[in-house]
Ligand binder design. Structure first.
Ligand code: GLU
Length: 292
């Protein structure tokens, strides 16, 4: 069983690698149908102009976060809450689902990918903070998560951040949770990878004692292996998720905030949530948008 999980994991990583992170368009319809807006103008947005000339939108996402952003190589489709938010924005900018190119960008590479223009915008459990705002812009937030801990189901030692001392804790390079573990000195024993999937494999195999990141992400992994894994369920931060855009493209940031606000007001956000994260998680309502 363990070997099979590992083999599937390796296959998925190999696929992602051979495709250089760029996958084809989804062959299945989205969870929530999005009408495509017509005659959209975003005056003064160089990114929108690039999209329009290209006739396609390039969106940075994650591909291994169940419920949020997940790629299924058997159906060649992406699914999850972040993906639906990404599609909502694309549709309101005038791009249909088959005009989207997804590019997988891991946590540590997001600011570079956005500022270089490798992606037009990014939707993938991306916490808004002042440090990142020096390099990119953020629309949103469209969701508020909180840092939590994933442990083996049999574990009775780890009950919160204050019990991590001396434990081996795994997280991802360039993420806010790994930074918090370091800054607060929760443990000296930190194991670092590029993806949470690699951390979860290590946890199941007994190589680390806990994986830490946002509760929304960890709940997805726990749901995949409920006999092996559990989420501690005591959050110790606020992680407001934003849509990353080029820092100086204020016109695009404003437009995406308008799109999110409309989706909050007309119930689209709620439908997206209920069809994705809400199916396994708890009820939630849209957070207030923070225009800056
Ligand atoms: N939301 C946190 C962050 O942006 C953790 C999740 C992630 O790595 O994407 O760093």
């Amino acid at each position: 069983m363990k070997l099979r999980t590992l083999a599937v994991g390796l296959m998925v990583s190999a696929l992602a690698l051979t495709a250089c992170g760029r996958e084809g368009s989804p062959s299945e319809g989205p969870a929530v149908e999005q009408p495509v807006a017509e005659n959209v103008q975003v005056a003064g947005s160089p990114t929108f102009q690039k999209m329009t000339e290209r006739g396609r939108v390039v969106i940075g996402v994650k591909n291994d976060q169940p419920g949020l952003g997940q790629f299924d190589p058997t159906t060649n489709t992406y699914s999850g809450f972040d993906i639906e938010i990404a599609r909502l924005v694309a549709a309101q900018l005038g791009f249909s689902a088959d005009q989207i190119d997804y590019v997988v960008v891991q946590s540590a590479a997001r600011e570079d990918a956005i500022s270089r223009g490798d992606v037009d915008y990014y939707v993938g459990t991306y916490t808004i903070n002042d440090n990142r705002k020096q390099r990119v812009g953020f629309a949103g937030p469209y969701f508020i998560a909180g840092q939590d801990l994933l442990v083996r189901a049999s574990d009775t030692d780890i009950t919160g951040p204050e019990t991590l001392n001396g434990k081996r804790v795994c997280s991802v390079t360039g993420s806010t949770p790994i930074q918090r573990v370091r800054e607060e000195g929760l443990t000296q024993n930190i194991v670092e990878f590029q993806t949470y999937t690699l951390c979860v494999d290590q946890l199941v195999q007994g190589q680390v004692d806990a994986v830490t990141t946002d509760d929304a992400i960890l709940k997805g992994y726990a749901a995949q292996q409920p006999d092996q894994l559990k989420v501690v369920g005591k959050t110790f931060s606020e992680e407001p998720y934003g849509i990353g855009v080029p820092r100086d493209d204020v016109a695009l940031r404003n437009k995406i905030n308008d799109i999110l606000q409309a989706a909050h007001d007309d119930g689209t956000w709620q439908r997206i949530y209920d069809e994705t994260l809400g199916k396994s998680g708890s009820p939630a309502s849209p957070p207030a948008i923070d225009r800056y």
